[in-house]
Ligand binder design. Structure first.
Ligand code: 5RP
Length: 262
């Protein structure tokens, strides 16, 4: 069964499985969105069903909420939880300071609200997500539909004075229609190539009318669990200044893989 997983999927899986160790009984946990976060949700669901793990999950998208309920996790809203012990989520890029680009899955707004409302944010990622400088992955920004083309023009104009290499942007599409977020907004992807000053760019973008939020996560992430295709995992904790290495075995009989095949 595991032979059907690509090295990247294996890397995502081992990162997610290792990160599941952060979740303890009684916690309120933010559950991220994307393929890596989906592995996490499946791993946690298995621990709830088979190991009696008892926690409440706050999903960052309707997709994650659906999956969490499906695998047996108790789902509550952020307003019910009010504050979270932990959020575990994927990322599109992370740098040496654990600053992130997120939003490849279009859920950056809820993801940022949930991560910011957490004592700790742990990112799970395959090693391909590590970069020296953020920006090769297009930076998503969530914009309200009203006047979005004017907002886009204003954003591109503003980028002229920013420390970035590229200034093109594109409307995220879903087939032949603009992609709609869970909040009913659109996503503009900014093709910046290299972001020299992510903190400044994030502040400037968020001051623009029409921009709801951007996908730069600055000083939000506390630790990253990096997965490799051969089963190795590395845990870097920026607060503790520690780096731990480990290796996880794949079990051919693992229920998670057979579940996927059904
Ligand atoms: C969704 C996200 C995801 O965490 C990010 O796109 C990474 O996704 P994946 O784990 O599928 O590579 O930010 O909005």
């Amino acid at each position: 069964m595991t032979g059907e997983l690509s090295p990247i999927d294996k890397a995502k899986y081992v990162a997610a499985r290792r990160a599941a160790d952060y979740v303890e009984d009684g916690m309120r946990v933010g559950l991220g969105t994307g393929s890596t976060a989906a592995w996490l949700v499946r791993c946690l669901g298995e621990q709830v069903r088979d190991g009696g793990l008892n926690f409440k999950g706050v999903p960052t998208s309707t997709r994650t909420a659906d999956l969490a309920r499906e695998v047996g996790i108790e789902v509550i809203s952020l307003d019910e939880a009010k504050w979270l012990d932990l959020t575990i989520d994927g990322a599109d890029e992370f740098d040496g300071d654990l600053n992130l680009i997120k939003g490849g899955g279009g859920a950056l707004l809820q993801e940022k609200i949930v991560a910011t409302a957490s004592d700790q944010m742990v990112v799970i990622a395959d090693i391909g997500k590590e970069v020296e400088h953020l920006g090769a992955f297009p930076l998503p920004i969530e914009v309200i539909p009203f006047g979005w083309q004017t907002t886009q023009a204003l954003v591109e104009e503003t980028l002229i004075s920013m420390d970035v290499l590229g200034r093109q942007s594109s409307m995220r599409m879903n087939g032949d229609r603009p992609f709609i977020t869970d909040e009913g907004n659109h996503i503009l992807d900014l093709h910046l190539q290299r972001i020299g000053n992510p903190r400044q760019l994030s502040l400037v973008l968020n001051q623009m009318p029409g921009v709801v939020e951007n996908g730069l996560f600055i000083d939000i992430c506390d630790a990253v669990v990096i997965g490799y295709g051969d089963g190795r995992v590395e845990v870097r904790d920026i607060n503790e200044g520690t780096v731990e290495q480990d290796r996880l075995d794949f079990l051919e009989t693992d229920n998670l893989f057979s579940d996927l095949a059904e």
